[in-house]
Design a protein around this ligand. Structure first.
Ligand SMILES: [Fe+2]
Length: 328
């Protein structure tokens, strides 16, 4: 059962009718998903031979996002022949009803997949989502790091658990990280990047904001910057110059949606981002250059406690529904 209120259902159904029609073969036009390409920070040059990382986020596999969109995202990613696919959370949308479809999507990637969880995964059942991802062959990093071999290259991947619901533990995630090997960071919430930069992780990939979904007249920066307090709303922020203690963070626009599928504005388009690690910034044309962070605002202790409590409440509700003896 979903936690989406009926009003949101009705709005979603209405907005879906406004979306472009699917083609006769049943596949949504690939142009609905934008491919954006960036060079990795200068810190990787001479430390790693060119490695192509595809970044997707916020798949939100479920009833709001058609499977045709998910399959188009997988096809677009595979066509780029990445060495690694990273996905930064919100694999599901309010429920565990679509875990089989999630497995199908993840199995579709040709390259190895590494992911971290987001708030929707915790709201829906982190253990169950993680198990589905693992069944599909993905590696899920929950405040952990790993070293992967990509041809002759070795790359460390540091994965933070979801900061929105209070599950991120940077100290734990960095344990055993080697200074002599390059590393990238994954975090659903982009604001965690600042802390990872201090530990010589020059690039962090993130999600959560869906680029605001409506980016006309910079509405996304107003909604997610001023109102929800995000410093990083969409795209590339920070510095790729390689000068410590700075770093770069990329906030992907995401593939799916949690409530409304509407996306308006060029920046808001569903997105796969390709990072060419080992390439010098400026080596090729990019969609945009590094942006200055917004002012942002840290969530208050009360807000953080409320967000953490929501995970517990939702779990208790699931347990009640399943008749497994949760509190009544
Ligand atoms: Fe999301």
């Amino acid at each position: 059962m979903s936690d989406v209120p009926p009003t949101a259902d009705r709005i979603s159904a209405y907005l879906r009718r406004l979306l472009p029609r699917r083609r006769a073969d049943g596949h949504e036009a690939p142009s609905l998903i934008t491919l954006r390409r960036f060079a990795g920070p200068a810190a990787y040059v001479e430390r790693i031979a060119p490695v192509r990382v595809a970044h997707l986020t916020d798949l939100h596999v479920g009833r709001i996002t058609p499977m045709q969109v998910q399959r188009a995202a997988v096809a677009l990613t595979n066509a780029e022949k990445p060495d690694l696919v990273v996905i930064t959370g919100d694999f599901v949308c309010h429920s565990q009803l679509y875990l089989d479809q999630l497995e199908e999507v993840i199995r579709g990637f040709d390259a190895p997949v590494i992911g971290v969880l987001g708030n929707h995964d915790h709201w829906s059942g982190a253990a169950e989502v993680k198990r589905a991802l693992e069944r599909a062959g993905a590696l899920v990093l929950s405040n952990q790091n790993t070293t992967i071999h990509l041809g002759h290259e070795r790359l460390q991947v540091v994965g933070l658990d979801d900061a929105y619901t209070g599950h991120a533990d940077r100290v734990k995630a960095l344990k055993g990280l080697r200074a002599d090997l390059p590393a990238i960071g994954l975090s659903h919430i982009a604001e965690e990047a600042d802390g990872l930069w201090l530990s010589q992780i020059p690039l962090v990939l993130s999600g959560h904001t869906h680029a605001g979904q409506v980016t006309l007249a910079r509405m996304h920066e107003i909604a997610f910057g001023r109102i929800t307090g995000h410093r990083y709303v969409h795209g590339l922020y920070g510095s790729r110059s390689g000068e410590a203690p700075g770093g770069a963070v990329y906030v992907g626009a995401g593939i799916g949606a949690a409530v409304m599928p509407l996306r308006l504005g060029e920046r808001a388009k569903r997105e796969v981002a390709i990072f060419e690690l080992g390439a010098e910034p400026g080596a090729f044309d990019e969609h945009h250059s590094e942006q200055a962070p917004l002012k942002g605002r840290k969530p208050s202790a009360k807000t953080a406690a409320k967000r953490a409590a929501a995970v517990v409440k939702k779990r208790e509700r699931r347990e009640r529904k399943a008749g497994r003896g949760g509190p009544g």
